[in-house]
Design a protein around this ligand. Structure first.
Ligand code: ADP
Ligand code: MG
Length: 419
């Protein structure tokens, strides 16, 4: 701005009449570029959403390729894909048009200004109001001034796409919930001894999924969460894992609010078997021990201890074979066992299991019970299950119904109520 005013003063000393052309043209140019810069930010934001949508669509289709084959959804899928692709292409086209139009107008203004200075300047020279040397000095000086302004607006225009990209990236990282290395957060107590859920409600998309849930679990306790499908059990587990935050109420770990705890330090204390097993397309060995803390022999010994003979064989035979995307080369039961062993080997005294044996055969369930029966003086065990044998081992059973706690009972009380 200072340079601009300074430059204009210099130019008006040569010829104030010619300077008026610049004084009018420059703000117009800045105004127009600003307009296109704003438009570009919006268009780019839209474009990113379209790209995300089309990638998401493709990922989903690939993950469900069997369904597409079995239900003969080829034409349907192809058309749907063309639709999402077209949306993306049209969004790209608009963004490119915006670039081109901005460029054209910008160049046109530059050209018009030059022509006007030439014509009006020539007139002034003829009239004797300015010398020919003065006109050329004005021309070269004003060209420098305009290109400086163009450069500044160009930088602004080019960076317009960075801001939405940055914001999307931050959203992607989910920094609201999981602030990385946040110095304001406290470290989780090592081996926490108490988890309290106090009046927790969870609302997603205006739908109340959990309402005023309260319970406490102390170290040494084994607790089951029991309830019908869709009653909210997994939603409670996701809250306990810090994957979602309560809409109201609080979750306290040794009296510290989970939202004030550095989430990574908390998760170092938690071992999980999720309801829907998530596995890497790597070897069985790498899946059991993703942090690479154990030797192959230690893992083999563990498998022996739990009598998972068939697993041991496949581990030996295929220790380097990848198990497929999300383990699709394994059976449902094998995947769950892998997930259980992975949780077993991780450090941390809070063990959370969400319907971990739903795909087990009877023999495997016995192995599982062996793990459940193990000493738990320092441990906290939370398990979502319907399995009577497992429920029998629990200190208390939290009954969930329609997103509320329907009672916290012992196994005996549970049997009385359901018999
Ligand atoms: N991310 C979500 N968005 C919207 N609704 C959800 C979401 N997750 C779960 N729900 C709904 O919340 C209810 C409880 O789900 P969930 O906790 O998975 O039940 P459960 O594990 O007891 O079978 C269900 O009605 C389900 O449709
Ligand atoms: Mg569930």
């Amino acid at each position: 701005m200072f340079n601009f005013v300074g430059g204009l003063v210099g130019l008006s000393i040569i010829s104030w009449k010619l300077s008026i052309i610049l004084l009018i043209a420059v703000p117009i140019k800045i105004y127009i570029t600003n307009y296109f810069t704003k438009r570009k930010t919006t268009l780019f934001k839209e474009l990113m959403i379209k790209i995300e949508k089309s990638n998401e669509w493709l990922g989903d289709a690939l993950a469900n390729i069997e369904i597409i084959k079995l239900w003969n959804l080829y034409t349907h899928s192809k058309n749907a894909f063309i639709d999402v692709q077209n949306e993306e292409i049209s969004s790209r086209r608009t963004t490119i048009y915006n670039d081109k139009i901005n460029n054209m107008i910008s160049n046109a203004i530059g050209l018009i200004v030059n022509i006007m200075i030439y014509l009006y300047g020539a007139l002034l020279v003829i009239k004797g109001e300015i010398t020919l040397g003065g006109l050329f000095a004005f021309l070269s000086y004003s060209t420098t001034l305009i290109s400086t302004i163009s450069l500044i607006t160009l930088v602004k225009y080019r960076t317009a796409e960075i801001i939405p990209a940055y914001l999307r990236y931050m959203e992607f990282l989910n920094l609201d919930e999981e602030t990385l290395a946040d110095t304001k957060k406290v470290s989780c107590p090592n081996r926490p001894s108490k988890i309290s859920v106090e009046n927790v409600s969870l609302v997603v998309d205006n739908k109340t999924i959990l309402k005023n849930i309260s319970f406490t679990i102390n170290k040494g306790e084994k607790v089951a969460i029991w309830g019908e499908n869709g009653s909210g059990k997994t939603s409670i587990i996701n809250l306990l894992l810090g994957f979602t935050s309560p809409s109201s109420g609080s979750i306290l770990i040794d009296e510290i609010n989970l939202k004030d705890i550095d989430i990574d330090s908390y998760r170092d204390n938690v071992r999980v078997v999720a309801q829907h097993t998530k596995l890497f397309n790597r070897s069985i060995y790498e899946n059991i021990d993703p942090q690479n803390n154990y030797s192959e022999q230690e893992i083999i010994d563990l498998l022996k201890e739990f009598n998972i003979e068939s697993f041991l064989q496949s581990l030996r035979r295929e220790s380097n074979v990848k198990i497929g995307t999300n383990g699709n080369k394994l059976s449902g039961g094998e995947k769950q066992k892998l997930s259980l062993l992975r949780a077993y080997l991780k450090k941390g005294n809070i063990l959370i299991l969400d319907e971990p044996t739903s795909n087990y055969d009877e023999e495997s369930k016995k192995t599982f019970d062996k793990i459940i029966k193990m000493k738990t003086n320092h441990n906290i065990l939370i398990i979502v299950t319907h399995n009577r044998e497992t429920l029998r081992e629990m200190n208390k059973i939290i009954k969930i119904s329609n997103g509320t706690v329907d009672g916290i009972v012992t196994y005996e009380e549970f049997c009385e109520a359901t018999s």
